[in-house]
Write a protein that binds this ligand. Structure first.
Ligand SMILES: Nc1ncnc2c1ncn2[C@@H]1O[C@H](COP(=O)(O)OP(=O)(O)OP(=O)(O)O)[C@@H](O)[C@H]1O
Ligand SMILES: [Mg+2]
Length: 290
């Protein structure tokens, strides 16, 4: 079942008289219960996409649906409700995820306060969540008395406190060393399996391709290619299996557009136009003069 669906999504930011097109006709579908990673160069639109999916920002045009929610046509109350119940969000900067003056367990309990979970249930559930992320022993620590990796674990517990079906993480491992980052990814896998949460992780880390079922590449505000580990594999594997055959696909949008990687264009000196022929069940694109 398709759970997240973006169709022909545009986001244009206006700064003074300048327009920045952050998303240009992006398509993306994610199945319920899937774990997908989103990779792409700096400025390609990854955070913009995540912020729209989190309900922090609105698209300029196009369609976005998450479950039964139409994110384009939500009023302010519905957006607030959506953010509290449907999505959990983790920022790259650990400090942005937690309130500095609250302890770990208080931080985790806070989102449940906003959804009116009774206080005894709240504290009990907050402790269980800290146990799930492996931090039962740090429950009374404020963030300044936790390591970066521990802070991000608490952030995950905060993000899933109201059991949202969707977990969004914008470079959650960006400030961590490789080993801690790898453990964090495993934790996303555990959450995906135990709570059946759909997980979308933005990352710069190419090794993630070996851990998740699907890696979607964004180029210039549009999904352009994807790598699948195995067609049937949807979660996060505990070990990065570098030997595992990865399949790479280019993505074709609703209008038949594909993106040709810049390296290919440069190598073949293709600029504004090329030739395309259909032959033997293949489409071949070649330089104009070929
Ligand atoms: N609030 C904003 N106002 C104006 N322009 C913005 C805003 N947010 C992002 N942009 C622009 O939109 C484009 C996409 O930005 P975005 O933050 O989505 O990229 P990103 O892929 O997350 O990059 P990074 O890997 O560096 O985090 C960039 O050109 C950026 O300058
Ligand atoms: Mg970003």
């Amino acid at each position: 079942m398709t759970y997240v669906r973006c169709e022909d999504l545009f986001k244009i930011y206006k700064v003074a008289d300048l327009e920045v097109v952050a998303l240009r006709g992006l398509d993306l579908s994610v199945e319920a219960g899937e774990v997908a990673a989103i990779v792409g160069a700096s400025g390609s639109g990854k955070s913009t996409l995540l912020n729209i999916l989190a309900g922090y920002d609105e698209p300029s045009a196009g369609q976005v649906r998450v479950g039964n929610h139409d994110l384009v046509r939500m009023n302010e109350n519905a957006v607030g409700e959506y953010r509290r119940n449907e999505v959990g969000f983790i920022w790259q900067q650990a400090s942005r995820n937690l309130f500095p003056y609250l302890t770990a367990v208080e931080n985790v309990a806070l989102p449940m306060l906003l959804t009116n979970v009774p206080s005894t249930v709240r504290m009990k559930r907050a402790e269980e969540l800290l146990e799930l992320v492996g931090l039962a022993g740090r429950k009374d620590h404020t963030p300044d008395r936790l390591s970066g990796g521990e802070q991000q674990r608490v952030a995950i517990a905060v993000a899933i406190a109201n059991r949202p079906p969707l977990l969004l993480a914008d470079e959650p491992t960006g400030e961590l060393d490789d080993e801690t980052a790898s453990e964090m990814l495993d934790l996303f896998g555990t959450i995906n399996q135990e709570l059946n949460t759909t997980v979308l992780i933005v990352t710069h880390d190419p090794n993630i391709a070996y851990k998740v079922g699907r890696v979607v590449m964004i180029r210039d505000g549009k999904t352009s290619a994807e790598i699948r580990r195995r067609v049937s594999f949807r979660g996060i594997a505990g070990t990065a299996d570098v030997q595992q055959q990865l399949e790479e696909f280019i993505l074709v949008d609703g209008s038949g557009r594909v993106q040709i990687p810049k390296e290919f264009l440069d190598q073949l000196k293709i600029k504004e136009r090329a030739r395309m022929i259909l032959e033997d069940g293949k489409v071949t694109i070649m330089p104009d003069g070929a």
